[in-house]
Design a protein around this ligand. Structure first.
Ligand SMILES: Cc1cc2nc3c(=O)[nH]c(=O)nc-3n(C[C@H](O)[C@H](O)[C@H](O)COP(=O)(O)OP(=O)(O)OC[C@H]3O[C@@H](n4cnc5c(N)ncnc54)[C@H](O)[C@@H]3O)c2cc1C
Length: 463
């Protein structure tokens, strides 16, 4: 019997969509090629990196505990236990998804799925090949790390997959790419003791963020001893010896050869769409990414796409999940609305952390808004003093005319949690005045948001 919904891929997009489809009473199955459910996010992305970032934070606490009157003689970092803890978290959550599937009666079909056209999907596994039929198909096959031309990961050359299982902390680590993945690994391994160099071709770190955020991250990273080379071009990589040799041209035009024990390539992710049988359908692509309408529908009737494979939305777990919600609601005939791309929080879990939503100052100006900015530094926030974490600020980008909140950019302690208030405010169409009237508890980090909204009027108290 045909399924109401067949989903290919069990990442945060696919597995969440499956559960929602079951909640709507639809007959649903998920095709997954990996032996475990959960996708990139759970196994080699969001969760393991955040587990390791937390371990780096704990290690940092102990190294600086003397200032709190807590003397920890001879603290040691045992990377094998860091990895064991990380793997434990990942496996627990993978089992958790299996449990959710059983409870919701979502069927897991193990194997590699390819489209055959006309609602048919071929699933290939070591047990053989079967053809499954479905009224609706959701493609949620995610992405994989892009490699530099002619290079294959292994040995000293790492992607997000290999670096998550290094047996030792390398004495030196070079990272190509200063997007979220690159800077998060920089933040992990520099705190673990590696000498880290970040190389970015574009003129700034985290290039999608507000320019002020990029500057502050670079300032803070340099203070922590991380070498940051923006506007740098990697001319040649030699992985033949014990150390990787990188010939680079710096932004100044000077050339240099950098040696590192390991090299992480973090230059973006390519969509897993090339072996999906798209040619047997009308599904349209743009440089490998699937083109969808506002309800995630592709050009092939009954075929939807969500998550990292979709053209025009950022490759983030919560985007994949929300796109799944929209697709399934559309299939089930439930009320839904398209994703508002301007209200997607972007979070980078470095030290200091980054959380942002909406337009950057430059984008708002380019769109013709009469921009008013309110900025408040964590230096003026008492909870940040208590935490000993003063780097960063909150920046509100607003439109002068109606006090519309156009964007909020936070860099600083727990920025990725603090941004939640701004996302909710924008979703509820709160204005700067609403946020000025909102009582913020004291002493908290989120008081800094209240102060930044007041700063739009030049009326922050503690600045
Ligand atoms: C190091 C790193 C850190 C990250 N940190 C964050 C973070 O903190 N926050 C955040 O929001 N995002 C983060 N991301 C991005 C996030 O992981 C992705 O946006 C998210 O996983 C995308 O979800 P998805 O459902 O589209 O696909 P995926 O999670 O990639 O899952 C796709 C699934 O489909 C399966 N599959 C693929 N092809 C087939 C096929 N033909 N047949 C059957 N199965 C198939 C795969 O095995 C996989 O299980 C991070 C990414 C990386 C690499």
């Amino acid at each position: 019997m045909a399924y109401d919904v067949l989903i290919i891929g069990s990442g945060p997009g696919g597995y969440s969509a499956a559960i929602r489809a079951a909640q709507y009473g639809l007959k649903v199955a998920v095709v997954e090629k990996s032996p475990k459910l959960g996708g990139t996010c759970l196994h080699v992305g969001c969760i393991p990196t955040k587990a390791m970032l937390h371990s780096a934070e704990v290690w940092d606490y102990f190294k600086h505990a003397d200032a709190h009157g807590v003397h920890c003689d001879n603290p040691r970092l045992d990377l094998s236990l860091v990895l064991e803890r990380k793997n434990g978290i990942v496996n627990k959550h993978a089992k958790g998804i299996e449990g959710l599937f059983k409870r919701a009666k979502v069927e897991w079909i193990a194997g590699y799925g390819t489209l055959l056209g006309n609602g048919k999907v071929q699933v290939q596994s070591d047990k053989g090949t079967q053809v499954v039929e479905a009224k609706n198909i959701i493609l949620a096959t995610g992405s994989e790390a892009r490699m530099l031309p002619g290079m294959t990961p292994g040995g000293n050359l790492l992607t997000n997959i290999e670096i998550l299982n290094m047996k030792e902390v390398p004495a030196s680590l070079a990272i190509i790419g200063a997007g979220a993945v690159g800077v998060e690994f920089a933040s992990i391994y520099s705190r673990f003791g590696s000498k880290v160099t970040v190389l970015e071709m574009l003129p700034r770190l985290v290039p999608v963020e507000d320019e002020d955020v990029s500057k502050e991250l670079e300032r803070s990273f340099k203070k922590q001893g991380i070498r940051c080379e923006t506007g740098a071009k990697v001319d040649k990589i030699d992985t033949a010896g014990a150390k990787v040799k990188l010939s680079i041209t710096l932004s100044t035009g000077k050339t240099e050869v950098i040696e590192a024990d390991k090299l992480l390539v973090a230059v973006g992710r390519k969509p897993n769409t090339d072996k999906l049988g798209l040619e047997k359908t009308k599904v349209a692509t743009d440089r490998g990414f699937i083109v969808v309408d506002e309800y995630q529908q592709t050009a092939e009737p009954g075929v939807y796409a969500i998550g990292d494979i979709v053209a025009g939305t950022p490759q983030l777990a919560h985007v994949a999940t929300m796109e799944g919600m929209v697709a399934v609601a559309k299939i089930a005939g439930k009320a839904t609305r398209p994703i508002n791309k301007n209200r997607i929080p972007g979070c980078t879990y470095t030290e200091p952390g980054i959380g942002s939503v909406g337009l950057t100052e430059a984008q708002a100006k380019a769109k013709g808004f009469k921009v008013k900015v309110g900025k408040f530094p964590f230096l003026g926030n008492s909870k940040a003093t208590i935490l000993g974490s003063h780097d960063g600020f909150v920046k509100v980008v607003s439109d002068e005319k109606y006090g519309e909140i156009l964007g909020v950019h936070v860099i600083g302690p727990h920025a990725y949690e603090l941004i939640g208030e701004a996302v909710t405010a924008m979703e509820a169409e709160a204005t700067v005045d609403t946020m000025v009237a909102t009582i913020h508890a004291h002493p908290t980090l989120y008081e800094a948001l209240g102060e930044a909204f007041n700063a739009v009027y030049g009326q922050a108290i503690n600045a």
